[in-house]
Design a protein around this ligand. Structure first.
Ligand code: CP
Length: 331
């Protein structure tokens, strides 16, 4: 595996989930696989779970880890191809990525969208720029449009919580929020569920339809209460509008998930990627209740990241980079 940026980078989703569960059973089975290898984690935005779980995943495999909050600690990055850099931006993305690729065997990057320009955000300029120029395997730690490590952990959580033979009904339910949030978690959850052995329904207020590239195969409705009927899993998440890009269109009164709303479900398990705005997106009662899977999801972030890193290390035991003048660097 060279890239992990979308479900489309995965050849067999079921097999990957099984590999995560096997690793969860014995997380210290490969303590030397990453010996003398370095993981570089680049954050352009805040993180708790992704940062810590990916570091721990690398340490379980014997890797060294370097973390850089590039937005605060690095030079101001220019991302425009061909830019005349006579303004405030100090270093071009292509130079920064190439240099980091010399120091690291795998790179992870978190690069959120601006939510100002749909075309630019959905072009994934930063993610693709780093992929193109770093020259080593790359993991998305949440990009402008997708969050694959979260979705893999979510699917693993569903798989280990579901014991019946039939396909579970999984509902992605939009929730209110005080700030406009990216669509990345929702897009990603939808595209992973559409490839998994589940029935996926997405419910949201009018104007919040997701980019249809990520929802092929999902049932979509504006009627939350109908969507929740018979649900086995309810995944709660806010996202800002895709059609009126980056906007909050409604306060979403009545969309917060409560115990009352869960009554018509099949005793549904409740999921959220965290961080969560308590008593805005979900009630305390639901989050702290016996059907909440939020901590299990967070725990599974470690095994999801470790499995992806393991596959990258196994597939790229030796990395060589050729510099402009022909010198070859082995790392
Ligand atoms: N769910 C998630 O990605 O959490 P962080 O933003 O804290 O990494």
């Amino acid at each position: 595996m060279k890239y992990f940026t979308t479900v489309n980078d995965v050849i067999n989703v079921d097999k990957l989930v099984s590999e995560v569960l096997a690793l969860k059973n014995d997380p210290h089975a490969f303590p030397l696989l990453g010996k003398n290898k370095t993981l570089g984690l680049i954050f352009m935005n805040p993180s708790l779970r992704t940062r810590l779980s990916t570091q721990k995943a690398a340490m379980n495999l014997g890797m060294s880890v370097m973390v850089m909050n590039i937005d605060k600690e690095g030079w101001a990055i220019e991302t425009e191809e061909g830019a005349v850099m006579n303004g405030t931006k100090v270093e071009h993305m292509k130079d920064a990525a190439a240099v980091m690729g010399l120091y690291c065997d795998v790179i992870g990057i978190r690069c959120f969208p601006s939510l100002l320009d749909k075309k630019e955000d959905y072009s994934e300029k930063v993610l693709l720029g780093f992929m193109k120029h770093c020259g080593v395997p790359l993991i998305s730690l949440e990009s402008a449009t997708l969050h694959p490590l979260q979705s893999l952990a979510d699917l693993v959580t569903i798989k280990e919580s579901w014991k019946e033979k039939r396909r579970p009904k999984v509902v992605l339910s939009w929730a209110p929020h005080i700030k406009p949030l990216p669509q990345a978690v929702a897009n990603s959850f939808s595209e992973w569920m559409c490839k998994a052995d589940v029935d996926i329904t997405i419910t949201h207020p009018e104007g919040y339809q997701l980019c249809e590239d990520h929802t092929k195969g999902a049932t979509i409705t504006h009627k939350q209460q109908e969507a929740l009927e018979g649900a086995d899993f309810v995944y709660v998440k806010n996202w800002s509008s895709y059609s009126e890009y980056g906007k909050i269109l409604t306060a979403g009164d009545g969309w917060m998930l409560t115990t009352e709303k869960l009554k018509p479900t099949n005793n549904a398990k409740v999921m959220h990627c965290l961080p969560v705005r308590r008593n805005v997106e979900l009630s305390d009662e639901v989050l702290d209740g016996k059907n909440s899977l939020v901590l299990q999801q967070a725990a599974n972030r470690l095994y999801a990241a470790q499995t992806v890193l393991k596959k990258m290390l196994e597939g790229n035991k030796k990395q060589t980079t050729t510099l402009q003048h022909g010198e070859v660097i082995n790392h």
